[in-house]
Design a protein around this ligand. Structure first.
Ligand code: G4P
Length: 524
């Protein structure tokens, strides 16, 4: 193994933050970046987002609705570690974007509002992490406001998520009296995040612990803390790495409590880049040859140049500027002449990237979501998921002369993952599929702004879509032939069955036992 790989890979921590909207994801992101010196002043993440938005017309939708459509990556350093934080859109209509991003991380921080506990979107995102055995670190935020009892919150995590909890710290008070965190195993205390080191103390009743609280709260607090020390599960690294146990931290991102505890833990116990499953074998992060996959495409980072940036997660080896990679889907070589790293403030040319890193590769449509790049090896990473759309629409074009242009535009949008595109076998107009209705708004805006194609959407006669496959090709063919009017092909030419409703899908599934109807397809 090259020395640089042996040195660099174990330093990487690539993670995402999952949270229900309003739990404090943006605020926490800002504070983490501040620690990493990536930004000078809190508030810049939001400001920066606003700036990017005003540059691009179609993002008006986002601004008007106050939601974040853009997924981005932010790299920062703290201590000996390099952190790659992959941001995800908060709105559930862009959930498939979030799921794709989660395929590129090694761990996730789950932010919970201390008053609200586990909310619906937290639960949903947690389930996606569990499917992939992604280790989860929990941050209970907003302890500076009226909060639920810590034991209550731990209990809720265990019950609702069927996940063991191991509090690493314990909150000292809550609401206006919240005044720091106590490290259970080390018996050490930290007030606000401005304290770089914890101070060792002599138990819960010490002046530096209970003594921080008003007198009438001290006894109850000390009893609670002693109970936590005795009764809570100790941290188990193996169980955490396997996704069965979550270490829990408490704090207030807004008031600068507990964020340093969190970032230190991500460095100490957070997983380094993990081995990735490909179709032919498992690829270790420390292998010498470069492998990587595309999990996101972002168009219009710079509207003057109509560029597309493919976000690539490096899985092994060193991705070097100027190297020739093989795009496995087409078998063609591709020159990586200007890979880029992203920071909160800027993007810079990446000379070398290692496993765990995310680089942006500018291109004009060569790369698609799910693509694998290697140094020549024929292997495909699996696991960037494609979810069956929940809304299907035909695109209606005012000007029939522009049908060809529309076809090309839809193809591009589908390659970027804005929508899914299905071409019916019977030759009727294409059908677009989305997970959330806002995706249709984005499609409409972008077709108008970038392609001068004003379109409307018509309800299709289908409402359910499933990828079909079978062990026997003949059986699959037989099914396709006897359902011609209900079959379409996706972007990769894979067949899907379009059903009018769930009932007709179940009916067919009953009759055709050897056909598999899948609601999730991995790209490629
Ligand atoms: P999100 O990205 O998860 O949607 O949440 P965001 O960070 O935007 O936070 C949502 C609201 O909660 C914001 O208030 C934010 O200031 C507040 N907040 C975040 N962390 C904490 C915390 O630890 N304690 C307290 N008390 N509040 C917190 P807002 O008024 O909706 O927005 P803003 O005008 O302050 O930006």
């Amino acid at each position: 193994m090259a020395d640089s790989i042996a040195r660099e890979v174990p330093r990487r921590r690539t993670f995402a933050i999952i949270a229900h909207p309003d739990a404090g994801k943006t605020t926490l992101t800002e504070k983490l970046l501040l620690f990493g010196g990536a930004i000078q002043l809190a508030g810049e993440v939001k400001a920066k987002k606003d700036k990017i938005q005003t540059r691009s017309d179609w993002m008006k939708i986002e601004r008007e609705r106050g939601i974040s459509v853009v997924t981005s990556v932010m790299t920062f350093e703290y201590g000996d570690h390099i952190f790659n934080l992959l941001d995800t859109p908060g709105h559930e209509d862009f959930a498939d974007d979030t799921y794709r991003t989660l395929s590129a991380v090694d761990s996730a921080v789950m932010v919970i509002d201390a008053a609200k506990g586990i909310e619906p979107r937290t639960l949903k995102l947690f389930e996606v992490c569990r499917l992939r055995d992604i280790p989860i670190v929990t941050f209970v935020n907003k302890m500076d406001r009226e909060a639920r009892d810590p034991f209550d919150i731990l209990d809720e995590i265990e019950q609702k998520l069927a996940l063991d909890t191991a509090p690493i710290t314990w909150p000292i008070g809550s609401g206006k009296n919240f005044s720091g965190t106590f490290h259970l195993a080390d018996s050490a205390v930290r007030g606000s995040d401005s304290e770089e080191h914890r101070t060792k103390v002599n138990g819960a009743r010490s002046d530096l612990v209970a003594g921080r609280l008003p007198e009438n709260e001290r006894e109850a607090f000390a009893e609670g803390l002693e109970l936590a020390q005795e009764a809570c599960r100790p941290f188990d690294l193996a169980a955490f790495r396997e996704g069965h146990l979550t270490p829990v931290f408490w704090g207030s991102a807004l008031r600068n409590f507990g964020v340093r505890d969190l970032i230190e833990a991500l460095g100490d116990v957070g997983p380094a880049p993990r081995a990735q499953e490909a179709d032919t074998r498992k690829v270790e992060a420390t292998e010498e040859k470069m492998t990587s996959f595309v999990f996101k495409i972002q168009a219009n980072m710079d509207p003057n140049h109509r560029d597309r940036i493919a976000f690539v997660r490096v899985c092994s080896g060193t991705l070097e500027r100027g190297m020739k990679a093989k795009l496995v889907r087409t078998g063609k070589p591709m020159s990586l002449s200007a890979p880029q790293f992203f920071f909160a403030r800027s993007r810079i040319t990446a000379d070398e990237a290692y496993a765990g890193d995310v680089v942006g590769i500018p291109n004009h449509g060569t790369l698609r979501i799910g693509d694998t790049l290697t140094e020549g090896e024929e292997l495909l990473f699996r696991g960037v998921p494609n979810f069956a759309p929940e809304i299907l629409r035909r695109v209606r074009l005012g000007d029939a002369m522009k049908a060809k242009k529309l076809k090309e535009a839809l193809q591009q949008m589908a390659e970027e993952g804005v929508v899914q595109l299905f071409s019916p076998e019977d030759g009727s107009p294409a059908i677009v599929g989305v997970v959330g209705a806002l995706q249709l708004d984005v499609l409409k805006e972008r077709l108008a702004a970038e392609y001068q194609l004003p379109v409307d959407f018509e309800v299709a006669r289908f409402s359910v879509c499933r990828w079909i496959s079978a062990d026997s090709r003949m059986e699959l063919q037989r099914f396709i032939e006897s359902h011609r009017g209900d079959i379409a092909r996706d972007l990769d030419e894979d067949p899907v069955f379009l059903a009018q409703h769930e009932f007709s899908l179940n009916y067919e599934a009953e009759r055709w036992k050897d056909i598999r109807f899948a609601a999730i397809k991995d790209y490629q």
